[in-house]
Design a binder for this molecule. Structure first.
Ligand SMILES: Cc1cc2nc3c(=O)[nH]c(=O)nc-3n(C[C@H](O)[C@H](O)[C@H](O)COP(=O)(O)OP(=O)(O)OC[C@H]3O[C@@H](n4cnc5c(N)ncnc54)[C@H](O)[C@@H]3O)c2cc1C
Length: 338
């Protein structure tokens, strides 16, 4: 082990791909004074500050030349309670699935479709987490945090967040610039359930259904369909579903009429990346210490002793096979560091 590496080995960064990673420094954020101390450290060391949560959507290098910031607040506060809806403020350090279970249990509805998504609340706005027909952005009132250059506290409205499919301002111009410390979300007291997503609908069946039943169905579906990071380390969907315009879609469909297509309100269409990877013959394909999951073609798994370079080599292989066969360029969903 090099001297530099042994100095930082104590700052190991846990991640669901189980990649070895040590950061120069870790700073726990409990308030404004910690943010100011982090900014001072960055100015002195010349190294950047990088907010992280539970490491479930990142591909980390062996050494991260930065200070990793972890927000510890996991509180939930009832800000407003009206007849039809409530507004909650939730600390960025709270595990997302705990929030889903607690809100549905309290009779605050909306998050049931987003059950069992790994990670912490603070990362939910970053890629506008989504599943089974719902997205985090559907519920946001405001996102609170600190500007990591000025050190000032700031609140962004839902429209300031520029939410899109697996995207937001926090993944674009505010990446590593804005530390999210809490989110305000509005949930309904009436269970207006969304079980239209085809696999969810067929699991639940017809007739009246409760929010708890939707939550349980989502949990069961996810456990069946996705490899568990505890036994098959992974970062969830490794590629976004590509978005095509009418011309690109027509071209793809002329050769591949079976490709699953999800029309979007803006006239564009999302096509299934998992289908493209599977049709390229890559489901279950392995490359040394990593592979494309046999369970789900969109998930890259490691054997627990892989490094970032192994994952990137496989991702490049998948990208080029899909590009060659379908002329479609896949974009990685997790953030690749280094
Ligand atoms: C098995 C599995 C299934 C998954 N299923 C889904 C799914 O259905 N839908 C979906 O959308 N995602 C899914 N994901 C991806 C992942 O769960 C989400 O992206 C989650 O929000 C990441 O949370 P995290 O705390 O682990 O964030 P991290 O991976 O630690 O960080 C992700 C990004 O967010 C930034 N970030 C984290 N915290 C903060 C903060 N406080 N302030 C500013 N920036 C911050 C980081 O800089 C980084 O860029 C899945 C992942 C796995 C492993």
């Amino acid at each position: 082990m090099s001297k530099a590496h042994s100095q930082i080995a104590g700052n190991a960064i846990a991640n669901t791909l189980a990649l070895p990673c040590a950061a120069r420094k870790r700073i726990n954020i409990t308030g404004h004074q910690d943010v100011l101390a982090a900014i001072a450290w960055s100015a002195e060391s010349g190294l950047p500050l990088m907010p992280l949560g539970a490491g479930s959507n990142v591909v980390l290098p062996p050494v991260l030349d930065a200070a990793v910031l972890n927000v510890l607040d996991s509180s939930t506060t009832l800000l407003a309670d009206a007849q039809d809806a409530v507004i909650l403020r939730v600390g960025a350090g709270k595990p997302w699935h705990e929030l889903v279970v607690e809100t549905v249990g309290s009779g605050y509805f909306g998050l049931e479709n987003l059950a069992l998504i790994p990670g912490l609340v603070g990362a939910a706005p970053v890629q506008n987490i989504g599943a089974y027909g719902k997205e985090f952005g559907d519920f946001v009132v405001a996102v609170h945090g600190f500007d990591l250059v000025t050190g000032l506290a700031q609140t962004l409205s839902a429209s300031d967040c520029e939410f899109a499919y697996r995207d937001s301002v926090f993944k674009q111009k505010l990446q590593d610039r804005f530390l999210i410390t809490a989110v305000d979300i509005e949930l309904s007291r009436k269970a207006e359930l969304n079980s239209d997503y085809p696999v969810l609908k067929s699991r639940i069946g017809s007739g009246p259904v409760s929010a708890q039943a939707v939550l349980d169905a989502v949990v069961a579906l996810r456990l069946e369909r996705l490899p568990d990071p505890a036994s098959a380390p992974n970062a969830g969907s490794f590629f976004k579903n590509p978005i095509l315009d009418a011309g690109q879609l027509l071209e793809l469909q002329s050769n591949e009429p079976e490709v699953p297509v999800y029309p979007l309100p803006n006239g564009l269409c999302k096509v299934s990346a998992a289908w493209l990877i599977e049709q390229a013959g890559l489901r279950g394909h392995s490359l040394g210490r990593v592979g494309v999951s046999k369970q789900h073609a969109l998930v890259l798994v490691t054997n627990g002793s892989a490094e970032q370079s192994d994952v990137l080599e496989l991702a490049r292989h998948v990208h080029s096979a899909v590009q060659k066969r379908f002329g479609v360029s896949l974009e990685a969903e997790p953030r690749i560091y280094g």
